[in-house]
Design a protein around this ligand. Sequence first.
Ligand code: GLV
Length: 338
Amino acid sequence: MSRRNPSRRRARVRSPGDAAHVLTTYPLPPAARAALGTMRLATHRGPQPMPAAALARAVGRIDALLCQLTDRVDAALLARAPRLRVVANCAVGYDNVDLAAAAAHGVVVTNTPDVLTETSADLAFALILAAARRVCEGDRLVRAGRWRGWSPDLLLGRDVHGATLGIVGLGRIGAAVARRARGFGMRVLYHQRHPARRPPAGALRVSLTRLLATADVVSLHVPLTAATRHLIGARELAHMRRDAILVNTSRGAVVDEAALARALARGRLAAAGLDVFGREPHVSRALRALPNVVLTPHVASATTATRARMAVVAARNAAAVLARRRPPNPVPLPAPIG
Ligand code: GLV
C-alpha cells in the first residue's frame, strides 16, 4: 500500500471552478449532476454494478468517485488512484470502503445519512408486518389458485400491535423504527453499547441477551464492522423466543445466515424478514426454501425520491471536498499508520 502524504494530495487540489474529473458508478439524476457544476463527469451506465476491473482501469484519471455499496474500494484500488481526493459513497453504510486505506492515501470518504432514514424504517416495518402477518405466504396462495375460501385458521400469524420490539442499534434508522412502533402500541427495548443520546420516549436499554430473550420482534440496525459480523449466530438465535421474528435491514453478514436457516427450519424461530444478505445477490437455497421468510432484494432506501436525494447528497459531498470545503457527511477515518 502506498503511503503518500495526505498534505501532498492537498497541494494538487483544483480550485472550485476547475474541471475536476468525476466518475460515478451509477447514473445521476439531474439535481445531482447540477451539484457537480462544471466538473467533467464520466458515468458507468451498466451493467450494474460496475465491474471491478473497469473501475480499476478508470480510477487513475479521476479526482472524485461517486460509488455505491456494491463497489469495493480497497487498498489495491486506491493505490491505482493517485489523483483521487474523495470517495462519496451513495449509501449510509460504508463497509465496502477500506477506511484505513483511504486514510493512508489521504482520501476523504463520505456517506448519505439522514435522507434515507424514514424510507429505510418504512421497509423495516413492512418486513415486520409481512413476516408477522404472513403477507407473502397469502400472496403466493392466492396467485397459485390454491385458496379454497375463508377459514378460521388460515394463515394465522402474530399480532404486531402491543408486541415487544427489540431494536439492536438505536441509530437514526433504529430510532425511526421505534417511532413507528409507538404508533402500533409496541413496547420498545433497545441494545447498543452506549445509551442513546435521545432515545425515543419509553424505549428501554437492555443487554443483547435480555433483548433476544424478551422481544417478539428483533430488528437489526447496526453497521457491519468486525465487531458486528455474525453478531446474531446460533447462540444468539437460541436465546430468542420460539415465536419471535427476526428482521434484518442492516447488512447480511451481521447474521449467520446458515444458523438462521437452521433455526427457522427447526421451528426455533417463527419467521424472518430479510432485506440484506451476506453474499448479495446470492441468497442461499436454504433461506429461499423457507415459507416463513420474507425476502426483499436490498431495497430499504429504494424509493424514487429517496434515491434521488441520496445521489444529490453524494454529489454535494464530492463537490465540497473538491472545493476544499468540509463535506456535509464525512465518515470518520482511522489515523493513518506511520
Ligand atoms: C443501504 O444499505 C445503505 O447503506 O444505504
